[in-house]
Structure formats: C-alpha cells, structure tokens
Design a protein around this ligand. Structure first.
Ligand code: ADP
Ligand code: MG
Length: 424
C-alpha cells in the first residue's frame, strides 16, 4: 500500500504544479517566451518525477514521468524534446539495461506523438481526453512488459499501480481540467464578441440617424445648386456648406469604424484623454437621443498600458449604460485624475440608480433590467477588460440619484516622454 500513498502524493503535487503552469500560460499566452518557459517547466517536472521516484528495492524505481510526457507531447507538441530530456536525465542514473529499454520505448514514442500532435488538436475535446488516457495506458503497458522482461522480482501489483492505474487516472483528471479551462476561455471570448456585435448593431442604428441629417442638408443644397441662374457668390457658399456637411457625416462614420474595428489583444500606450474623447464622440448621437448632456473634466496627462480597442469597448459599455439610465435626460460627467501611480476615471450619471441587490449582481452574465433591449453582458465585458488591464473598478449607486463608477488603472510613463528625458 506504501506505493499508493507515495504515488497519490506525487500525483497531487503534479496536478497542483500543472494547474499553476496553465494559469501562468493562460495569462502570458501571447508572449513569445511562453512555449519555451512551458518546455522548461515540463523538463523540470520530469526531473522531479524521476528524482523523487518510489524505490522500495534498490533495483526497482517507479515514477510518474509518463504524465508530463503525455501532456507535454500531446497538448504542447514538445514530445521529442521531452523524450530527449528523459533519456538524458535517465542516463545520469546509470547506463544499464533499464536505460536501453527506456530509449527503445521513448524514441518511437517521441516521434509518434510529434506526428500525432496536429491530428490531436483537430479532435473534439472529449476524444482528446480519451486519446491522452489511451496513450498513457499503452505507454504504461509497454513499460510494464519491458520491466517484466528485465527482472521478475518486482511486485506486479506495484507495477500496475505505478504505470497503469495512477498515471491513467491522473491524465484523465488533468486533461479533463485542461479541456474545461479551454472551453471556459473560449466561451468567454465568444460572449465578448456577441456583446460587441450587439453594441455595434445598436450604435449603428443611432449613428445612421446622425449621418442622415448632414446628408439631407447636403442633398438639399445640391438641389439649390442645380439652379442655372444662381449667383456665383451664392454657389460658392452652398458648395462650402455641402462640403462641410459631407465632412461631418464622414467623421461620424470614421468614429463608428474606430469602434467596430476588430481588436488584436495588443499592449500599447493609451493616452486616456484622447481615447475617452473618441469614445465620447461615438456616443454623442445616443446621448442626444436621450437628451443627456455630457460634461468632461480631463487631467492634462495620463497614460496607461493596454489594448486601445478594448479600452474603448469598456468605456462605450459604461457610458452607454449611464446614458440608458437617464431616459428623461440628465448629466453625464466624466472626470479623469492623474496621480503618481494611478489614473482614475470617474463616470457619474444622474440616472435611475441601482438598488443594493442590483448593484451586487452587476457584471453577472445575462443580468439585465432592460428586457429585450439589454444583453446583460456589457458590465461583464467591462469587468473582464479592467481585470486584464490590471485595473480596479468601484461602483456606487443610489436609487433615484444616480450612479458613480470609478475605474483605476496603474499609470505608465509614456515611451516618447521617457526617450526625450533620456536624450536631454
Ligand atoms: P445591459 O446594459 O445589456 O442591460 P449591462 O451588463 O451593461 O447589461 O448592465 C447590467 C444592468 O446593470 C443593467 O441592465 C442595469 O440595470 C444596471 N446598470 C448598469 N449600469 C447602470 C447605471 N449607470 N445606472 C443604473 N443601472 C445600471
Ligand atoms: Mg449595457
């Protein structure tokens, strides 16, 4: 029974380490070093498995190296590297018959798993779990056969526990968790996309209304220009008006496109003031529709780091909610403050406000009080974007008085400024 205890403990440690590893990978998946750091992590894990093997008798060593080998090989595609690492580590423990057996088993394994990797990712999640467990099982079975040929004194029970039961169970748990993790992340992404589409659609309607005004004006003047007897001076005046109206229509379209453009998850410098101005421009038509007056008070400087598109999307959602909370008009105040460490953006409305229960549910997916006009996803997206940008959000609200949302982001010194400082 000693082996079961030892292996369950090792398995728990492996699961915990892998959990943190995937958490880290999820956060840094866009970094070019993420794959190499994963590889390094798996090599260390392999070394740990071999080093802290269970060896009841001097000639018998049992370990869980199969787990990192299968997970790393199938999910990350680093089978050959891990195989080479195991062979190298194993050689440090002596070049004996066990070492040759290890080579004989792992070299074909490394190659097969490497070829299998593209196919593996095309499979549905449940089958991926099945394939992983099966791979682990076959590898375990071949190891046992190898060991039996090598020596017959080891306990058969120990072998079954060490190479079949626990690794298969472990791989099952781990791959199921990985798939669960990935499905969650994918769903979150889809929700964000759906919310954005909905917002694009709603704002498209409001904006098309805004474009129609200048176009109607322009076409009216074009009609006047058709008069052959129009004095030259008047003609010039009308043409200037037409041009102005067309430019203003184009500007509305431009603003809208900036919002609708797909985002690329980039981390760039954000000039808070400029981005907020652009976001507000997009929402002016909606504000007009609700008779909401927008008041701004921006600090001169304030740079943060993040994705510009997402930043805009976040504030479009916050401002849109604030406007929608004032169906019979009101004031929407946007203030930015800058300190040594933070940039604070305060959005205040004089709308309907929320009850403590509503406030507690804010950000919950699909929680909306707007019936079919709401998706209940806006604030969820807001929270997730702010979290991704290492920010913080605080909401205060009182029924009948209004809502104040404060978003705090860590500030950065912009690149251009620091360059200038360095040069001077
Ligand atoms: P949606 O706007 O589609 O309803 P959100 O996630 O953006 O979904 O908002 C969820 C709910 O939170 C809204 O339905 C509304 O009841 C409430 N809410 C959000 N912002 C405000 C605000 N500024 N004032 C009052 N209620 C708000
Ligand atoms: Mg909303």
């Amino acid at each position: 029974m000693e082996i079961t205890k030892h292996f369950f403990l090792s398995l728990s440690i492996i699961i915990i380490l892998l959990f943190f590893c995937f958490l880290f990978f999820e956060k840094n998946k866009n970094s070019p070093y993420s794959k190499s750091s994963m590889t390094l992590f798996f090599i260390i894990l392999l070394w740990g498995c071999i080093q802290f093997a269970y060896h009841p008798l001097p000639f018998a060593r049992y370990d869980l190296r199969i787990i990192p080998l299968v997970i790393g090989g199938l999910y990350i595609g680093i089978g050959p590297i891990l195989t080479a690492a195991v062979i190298l580590i194993r050689s440090l423990y002596g070049i004996d018959i066990g070492f040759y057996q290890c080579c004989l088993l792992l070299i074909p394994y490394g190659y097969t798993v490497w070829r299998l990797y593209p196919w593996f990712w095309k499979q549905p999640p449940l089958r991926r779990t099945g394939v992983s467990v099966l791979t682990c099982f076959i590898l375990g079975l071949l190891t046992i056969i190898g060991m039996r040929i090598n020596e017959t004194e080891s306990s058969f029970f120990d072998m079954i526990i060490a190479y079949l039961v626990i690794p298969s169970l472990g791989i099952g748990i781990i791959t199921y968790s990985i798939e669960f993790f990935m499905r969650n992340a994918e769903m979150r992404q889809q929700l964000i996309k759906a919310e954005k589409l909905k917002a694009v659609e709603q704002m498209g309607a409001a904006i098309s209304h805004e474009i129609r005004n200048p176009l109607t004006a322009a076409s009216g003047f074009v009609q006047l220009l058709q008069d052959d007897y129009l004095p030259r001076q008047k003609r010039r005046e009308y043409l200037a008006i037409v041009k102005e109206e067309l430019i203003s229509a184009e500007k509305v379209i431009q603003d809208y496109l900036t919002f609708a453009k797909p985002s690329f998850d980039e981390f760039e410098e954000i000039n808070v003031k400029n981005e907020l101005r652009q976001t507000i421009n997009i929402l002016i038509p909606l504000a007009k529709q609700y008779s909401v007056e927008i008041v701004t008070d921006f600090s001169i400087i304030g740079y943060i780091k993040g994705d510009k598109q997402k930043f805009r999307q976040c504030f479009v959602n916050i401002l849109k909610n604030a406007i929608e909370a004032m169906p019979s008009g009101g004031y929407l105040t946007i203030i930015t403050e800058f300190s040594q460490n933070d940039v604070t953006i305060t959005v205040k409305d004089t709308g309907e406000g929320m009850t403590p229960e509503q406030l507690a549910r804010l950000g919950e997916p699909f929680y909306s009080t707007k019936g079919k006009n709401g998706t209940g996803l806006g604030m969820m997206v807001v929270f997730s974007i702010i979290r991704a940008m290492n920010g913080d959000i605080q909401v205060q609200s009182e029924i009948g008085t209004g809502t104040t949302i404060q978003v705090i982001f860590p500030t950065i010194i912009p690149y251009i400024h620091s360059q200038k400082n360095r040069q001077s």
